[in-house]
Ligand binder design. Structure first.
Ligand code: SF4
Ligand code: SF4
Ligand code: SF4
Length: 516
């Protein structure tokens, strides 16, 4: 047996063990990407670096053998920085979007490509569920949102953006009943919301469906705020608004109409409720003596959590910045529910935490045809009489089929994304201009290979060799230009007859993905 010390803990390991084996035996987690326990070593990603405590040398733990008397350190600032650099180098030549650009541009971060896929599959109710995870008023916003998502749509420079907003509206309009967004077990907490516009309604909906009793105070006789009192009927039929407010009410949200809140009522509410959300619309001078820090035009808030200077008081929508889009106010309503839940459950209040996101940027002209491999060639569908008529099911499916599915197929399993998050990676640090054009290579209905997302770990090369594929994958080219590919330009169907799904599952990034 070999005796060594890892992070001041003595351990005995079998002869021939690697430092990674030894650390794993101790239950320590070392990040790896090119390592695969079933395959021969092939050190390439340099993420598993650890430090020899006696020499100070950094060693790749997946291949460095354990020796008697070694003293190994698996984590310190220098190791962390070395791993971060390794990731940033990989990221510098990485070509891919973790999240679709339309989703990133949507203030509510709605999963647009998923909605589109479900519409194409005829699963309209499931598509509405996806929408309502992020948007509490889909039929209303499907009519009045100026659709910043469509401005970012990758289909836009090819011909015309996908008609995302009308598709969202379709999911709501086609539904006889709205999905029963799971009501958590009541927590016993109650939150007051002042104002029943898009921000206040969304906050109430997401608090209530998270088990927190929401009570909305509204100065007008009916809820809806600007959506009811500032938008004309021709643009937004108020029966649509009433229908969606009824749904919010049906989740258990309580409304107190005709209730004007002044400084003394505000103090009473603060004392009676576990939290208060100020969603009053534009800030007014009369709110000066409510006690929140303000700059005369708006309430000052923490931009991530919407906390104000007063304990347990949050401010969203136009109250913290005037002239916001309704969708932005509604998105803040969703996000403030997250902050309040964190506070009420004793967690650090951080607001919604967005994941690391690799972005591809503008498409090159030669990439258009690659992206079009995943979308129908049809032109954008335009329903006659836009303002009063949305898509029927046939048009919606035709339009959704135009989506190019720009999101990555492994957003949750990709190790490159996961570690980039953990190591706070910047994609810009080693960025260079002139990335290689994106290619998408399909094995019909089975897998897709995107070389731009490949980190050249060689796992697929070793796997196809182990399973004796006639062609398999191989390294093509040299040095910086090396690529993983199929020898003799064979099709993937021929090259990966036995191992297509195996390599897709083993690939540590979204370079090789299943199509199911
Ligand atoms: S391969 Fe990973 S890092 Fe790259 S786009 Fe996909 S999820 Fe993001
Ligand atoms: S093509 Fe689809 S996934 Fe891509 S940006 Fe447009 S709507 Fe989003
Ligand atoms: S395609 Fe092959 S070499 Fe590239 S990241 Fe995936 S498994 Fe590794």
């Amino acid at each position: 047996m070999i005796k060594l010390i890892i992070n001041d803990i003595a351990i005995d390991v079998k002869e021939g063990s690697t430092l990674l084996d030894a650390a794993t035996q101790l239950g320590l987690e070392i990040p790896t990407m090119c390592h695969n326990g079933e395959l021969e070593h092939f050190t390439s990603c340099m993420l598993c670096l650890v430090k020899d405590g006696k020499t100070g040398k950094l060693l790749p733990s997946c291949s460095a053998k354990a020796f008697d008397g070694m003293e190994i350190i698996t984590s310190d600032d220098e190791i962390r920085e070395a791993r971060k650099i390794a990731l940033e180098l990989l990221m510098s030549e990485h070509a891919g979007d973790c999240e679709a650009p339309c989703r990133v541009a949507c203030p509510a971060f709605m999963d647009i490509p998923m909605m589109n896929r479900l519409i194409v599959a005829g699963q309209f109710q499931q598509a509405l569920e996806v929408v309502m995870k992020d948007i509490a008023l889909p039929a209303v916003l499907g009519r009045i949102c100026p659709a910043p998502c469509e401005g970012a749509c990758k289909r836009k420079p090819i011909d015309q953006a996908v008609s995302i907003c009308l598709l969202k509206r379709f999911t709501a309009d086609q539904a006889n009943t709205y999905p029963a967004i799971s009501n958590s077990i009541p927590s016993g907490h109650k939150v007051a919301i002042i104002g029943a516009g898009p921000a206040g309604l969304a906050a109430a909906f997401y608090l209530q469906t998270n088990g927190i009793q929401a009570l909305v105070f509204e100065s007008n006789p009916l809820p809806g705020g600007a959506m009811r009192y500032a938008i004309v009927n021709a643009e937004l039929d108020k029966t649509v608004l009433d229908h969606e407010i009824d749904h919010i009410r049906s989740t258990g949200v309580q409304f107190n109409p005709d209730t004007k809140i002044d400084a003394s009522a505000f103090t009473t509410i603060r004392n009676e409720y576990d939290a208060v959300v100020v969603a009053t619309g534009n800030y007014s001078k009369s709110m000066d003596d409510w006690g929140m820090e303000n700059n005369g035009k708006q309430i000052v808030v923490n931009k991530n959590t919407y906390q104000t200077s007063l304990d347990k008081v949050f401010a969203i929508g136009n109250a913290n910045r005037s002239m916001q889009l309704a969708i932005r106010s509604a998105a803040q309503g969703k996000d403030v529910a997250i902050s309040i839940k964190q506070m009420l459950t004793g967690k650090p209040v951080k607001g919604e935490e967005r994941r690391f996101n690799s972005t591809l940027g503008k498409l090159m002209t030669e990439e258009h045809s690659e992206y079009m491999k995943e979308g129908s060639k049809d032109e954008r569908q335009a329903p006659a009489g836009f303002s009063d008529k949305g898509f029927d099911a046939h048009m919606a499916q035709k339009e959704a089929a135009r989506c190019l599915h720009c999101d990555c197929r492994k957003p949750n399993d990709c190790k490159l994304r996961l570690y980039s998050e953990q190591y706070d990676v910047s994609k810009k640090r080693f960025a260079y201009t002139g990335r290689k054009p994106v290619k998408k290579i399909f094995q019909q209905d089975v897998i897709v290979y995107e070389p731009g997302k490949c980190i050249k770990c060689g796992i697929c090369v070793r796997l196809t060799a182990k399973h004796q594929e006639k062609f398999g994958f191989t390294f093509i080219g040299r040095g910086f230009d090396v690529e993983i590919g199929v020898p003799f330009s064979q099709d993937l169907d021929v090259a990966l007859g036995k191992t297509a799904l195996l390599v897709a599952d083993a690939c540590p990034t979204g370079a090789l993905c299943r199509l199911d």
